[in-house]
Design a binder for this molecule. Structure first.
Ligand SMILES: Cc1cc2nc3c(=O)[nH]c(=O)nc-3n(C[C@H](O)[C@H](O)[C@H](O)COP(=O)(O)O)c2cc1C
Length: 174
């Protein structure tokens, strides 16, 4: 069988248009880790739960996070140079819920969450997280209704003992 015949024999599956609803439903099948992104602007600490985080490059060391333009964190992230990502542990679901609650008071949002300060920027890190990365904004790109924030990694947490991560899949934490 020729390559063309083989390709023609492959079953063409049925799809649905890439509407926001379809995209939301499909992406729910992608199991992801859960992070809290943090920054400080004018002395005020900001934070947001985010799963749209991923590695970009090792040399130079780059990571990205996608930040919704409608989030309050977005305004802070556009002004900040330094920011950090805390990778949550399995026992930190309450932290993830807290920093994704749109009704929370930004001025007091860290009062109930144990935190440390990142070595170079002083940005808050969620205590007890599996790991953290401290970044300086490298680039910002248009990502539709999100901004793709790329950070140069300034420092990371020390290698630690493996612990279970908090994950998010089909609308549930596990
Ligand atoms: C599991 C989970 C993952 C989320 N991931 C992201 C994300 O990657 N980017 C984003 O902009 N918002 C994300 N959100 C929504 C924000 O956490 C939420 O809108 C938050 O309240 C925004 O912060 P704000 O209070 O500054 O507006 C996520 C929410 C949940 C529950």
């Amino acid at each position: 069988m020729s390559g063309a015949d083989a390709a023609a024999a492959v079953r063409r599956v049925v799809g649905v248009p890439g509407t926001p609803e379809a995209l939301r439903a499909t992406l729910a099948d992608f199991s992801s880790g859960v992070t809290v992104v943090t920054t400080t602007v004018d002395g005020v600490a900001h934070a947001m739960t985010a799963t749209a985080f991923c590695s970009v490059s090792l040399e130079p060391p780059l990571v990205l996070v996608c930040v919704s333009r409608t989030s309050r964190f977005h305004a802070a992230a556009m002004r900040a140079q330094g920011w950090a990502v805390s990778l949550l542990a399995a026992d930190q679901e309450a932290v993830a819920r807290h920093f994704s609650d749109r009704g929370r008071d930004l001025a007091t949002q860290f009062d109930t969450v144990p935190h440390d300060a990142a070595p170079q920027t002083g940005v808050f890190l969620v205590a007890g997280a599996l790991a953290w990365l401290e970044c300086r904004t490298h680039a910002r790109y248009d990502g539709g209704d999100h901004t793709i924030l790329v950070g140069e990694v300034l420092s990371t947490s020390e290698k630690s003992r493996a612990r279970a991560p908090l994950t998010y899949y089909r609308g549930s934490y596990s």
